[in-house]
Ligand binder design. Structure first.
Ligand code: SAH
Ligand code: SF4
Length: 370
């Protein structure tokens, strides 16, 4: 059944016209969904019973079935959601505590998934290990955010109704977002729309492993999303070892595409670089990476490899990570060395799902979850 969260104002109005309902009903329905955030069509009390029944018969209003909520010591929450076809996906709430405020008021970034599994097969990634199962629909992408809104900010206070309960969205969960391009853009259109979550495009970051034609297409979209590119190798030789996508779109094609994106948007792109011992952590790689970052005016985010069960890669020791970062800062590159968030709850992409599927039986939802 089609998810109601897949509909834009235009597509919903078209459907309503077909059943001879006035189009202003779409405004009312969308208000119930995104401003009042109700969970049952039955509660849309300004609609006729006939229209409510039509919605019930034709749409799902599910926000995914929350089957597990893990909390790590740094108060990152990992949600495991079951879709209607039993597929499992992950959504992560990452909190950045600020001085002087409690955990409840810390800045929140929500990491969402776009596919079940991933076809790109990067050698260090849990999502890629089991291959690609299917694309998520736009409704399934939006509903992850609605699930978070419900958990974090249950609709109890009417004054809050215009405000999303998080600060940033990163499309860095399971899957390659640019391989599910149309559904991703449709979802982000809904997230961005005044009648939707009314959430600024500039607070949304899309992470890609480097699907060149889609990066060029994204550059032409009217929205100013942020772009992060998973580089993980500063030469074709090294990148190819861990990212099969590099054979199709090598650096000589990828780097100009990134440049074209940033010149169109006037925004700094982020280059993500996982540090894996003896694979890409040499100082030569750091020097090559500095050249690339300087040429693209890009920010570099170094991510120490997060252990994945069944894979033999090793995270370099802290002093090695720091010397790598120093080469970049010595070359005047804007660089951050990420302190891994959620390491103790398998927060890297696809890891929780992988573990659950390996373990077999799923743990029943804990109190307060559904
Ligand atoms: N497919 C997209 C977005 C999802 S992956 C992409 O590849 O960019 C999100 C980020 O998590 C990527 O930078 C990816 O390289 C990183 N990642 C995957 N497995 C990891 C691991 N084991 N340790 C650290 N980061 C990992
Ligand atoms: Fe897919 Fe990204 Fe994982 Fe590569 S890193 S397998 S593109 S999810």
């Amino acid at each position: 059944m089609r998810s109601i969260y897949s509909e834009t104002k235009e597509t919903l109005s078209e459907q309503l016209q077909k059943i001879k309902e006035p189009t202003f009903r779409s405004t009312q329905i969308l208000e119930w969904l995104y401003k009042k955030r109700i969970s049952r069509f039955e509660d849309m009390t300004n609609l006729s019973q006939k229209l409510r029944n039509w919605l019930i018969e034709n749409y799902s209003i599910s926000k995914g079935n929350l089957i597990l909520k893990n909390t790590s010591r740094d108060v990152t929450n990992k949600l495991l959601l079951k879709m209607s076809d039993e597929s499992l996906i992950e959504t992560v709430i990452i909190r950045a505590p600020q001085e002087g405020v409690g955990v409840e008021n810390s800045r929140k970034t929500i990491c969402i998934s776009t596919q079940v599994g991933c076809a790109y097969g990067c050698k260090f990634c849990a999502s890629g290990l089991a291959g690609w199962k299917r694309d998520l629909t736009s409704g399934e992408i939006v509903s992850q955010l609605m699930q978070v809104c419900e958990l974090e900010d249950p609709y109890t206070d009417r004054k809050k109704e215009e405000i999303a309960s998080f600060d940033n969205i990163v499309v860095m969960g399971m899957g390659e977002p640019l391989a599910n391009y149309e559904n991703l853009i449709q979802a982000l259109r809904i997230v961005n729309a005044k009648w939707g979550l009314n959430f600024g495009a500039r607070r949304v970051t899309i992470s890609t492993s480097g699907v060149v034609p889609s990066i060029l297409k994204l550059a032409e979209e009217p929205f100013s999303f942020r772009l992060a590119v998973s580089l993980h190798g500063a030469t074709n030789e090294v990148r190819q070892k861990i990212m099969p996508v590099n054979r199709k779109y090598p650096l000589e094609e990828l780097l100009p595409a990134i440049k074209s994106f940033s010149s169109k948007h006037g925004r700094m792109v982020t280059l993500e670089f996982i540090l894996i011992q003896d694979v890409n952590d040499s100082l030569d790689q750091a020097k090559e990476l500095s050249k690339i970052a300087n040429d693209l005016h890009a920010h570099v985010n170094l991510i120490p490899y997060n252990n994945v069960e069944g894979l033999d890669w090793i995270r370099p020791p802290l002093n090695k990570q720091q010397s790598f970062a120093k080469v970049l800062s010595d070359h005047k590159v804007s660089v951050t060395l990420r302190k891994e968030k959620g390491h103790d709850i398998d927060a890297a992409c696809g890891q929780l799902r992988l573990k659950k599927e390996k373990d077999g039986a799923l743990v029943p939802a804990t109190k307060g979850n559904r």
